[in-house]
Design a protein around this ligand. Structure first.
Ligand code: 13P
Length: 338
């Protein structure tokens, strides 16, 4: 793959319906996932699990990039091959999560700001030398009584813009992820409002920081009802409201929008993406950067046992293929019957 600049890298990742496998769970988050299947959170188990994911047949043609955690970008497979080289052999680009997590904001209860700008330039230089072509930074926005505050949105979007500029200065595509959480009983309008405020602030900060939008990918939440809301919006409503929000607030020159799944079920995450692509009317590629919605069935099938590797890979391959079809607006519910 000869990709000479960030604009080409961004286009490559989302070309032809391809999306991103988010496998950048921090060690504690990965530990929680392993806990659900009774597997010890050891470095070797994390390696074995991710190696099986990256060697899945369905990576090829469906996955354009894989987001890694620091441990994984340095790790070798059982046969000594670097995991990042397995990803490249599958035709996907290795990327890296570079933020350092969440910190409380003074005077803003239940709100956080994502940190990690200290030493970022040096870390990016090292990741670039290891072959990382893109990076990710996740900001978290909570909906609740009186929140999100403008202070929280502004601090997070400013940090995202500073990070994005630094990534581009090091020749890597920044994925900017302003995640409005699904947690809570809020309705879809409240999610629309928080998402819109976040996106407006984000693109204003990106412009001020002279970030090249054509060399950037956006990883947003979809506009949905809160997880605990009694009234759950339909697939059609989620698709239409998400598109309305994005069309009003995201520059047309952005090459791609790769959604996070945020706790949606695997099928719903696919159905929502497909519904948006069937509606159409936008210029960006509309694709996926799912963690749980790509991995849940694969993780469950694996159970930490090598004899289950094949069925686990089959689950990941299936979801990757389904989401590629959704990115092209060609998914049908019947395709899930195997
Ligand atoms: P989910 O798709 O599980 O939300 O994970 C995506 C991600 O990378 C969150 O930062």
């Amino acid at each position: 793959m000869s990709l000479s600049n960030i604009e080409e890298i961004a286009i490559f990742i989302v070309a032809d319906g391809k999306g991103i496998l988010a496998a950048d769970e921090s060690n504690p988050t990965c530990g929680k996932r392993f806990d659900s299947i009774g597997v010890d959170p050891t470095e070797e188990n994390r390696r074995d699990y991710r190696e099986l994911l990256f060697r899945s047949k369905g990576m090829k043609g469906n996955i354009g990039g894989v987001i890694l955690f620091d441990e994984t970008i340095r790790q070798k497979a059982k046969d000594g091959t670097l995991l990042r080289d397995i990803i490249s052999d599958q035709g996907a680009l290795p990327g890296i999560k570079v933020d350092k997590g969440l910190q409380p904001i003074e005077d803003c209860p239940n709100e956080t700001v994502t940190v990690g700008l200290d030493g970022l330039d040096e870390r990016l230089k090292e990741y670039s030398s290891m072959g990382a072509k893109f990076t990710k930074w996740r900001a978290v926005i909570n909906i609740g009584d009186g929140i999100p505050t403008d202070k929280c949105i502004d601090a997070n979007m400013q940090a995202l813009a500073d990070y994005a500029k630094c990534a581009q200065d090091n020749g890597m595509v920044p994925i900017v992820e302003p995640e409005v959480l699904m947690d809570g009983e809020h309705n879809i309008e409240q999610c629309f409002d928080a998402t819109e405020r976040s996106l407006k602030s984000l693109f204003s900060h990106l412009e001020k920081a002279s970030v090249n939008i054509k060399g950037t990918l956006l990883k947003p939440n979809m506009v949905t009802s809160g997880k605990d809301a009694t009234d759950q919006a339909s697939v059609e409503e989620v698709a239409q409201k998400t598109l309305d929000c994005l069309i009003a607030n995201v520059p047309a020159e952005l090459p791609g929008i790769t959604f996070l799944s945020g706790g949606q079920s695997e099928i719903l995450a696919t159905a929502h993406l497909d519904a948006m692509n069937k509606i159409g009317g936008f210029s960006w590629k509309l694709s996926f950067s799912y963690g749980r919605a790509l991995q849940a069935a694969a993780l469950k099938a694996w159970e930490g046992k090598s004899e289950n590797e094949f069925i686990s890979q089959d689950e990941l391959s299936h979801r990757a293929e389904m989401n590629k079809l959704a990115s092209l607006g060609q998914w049908e519910q019947e395709l899930e019957d195997r």
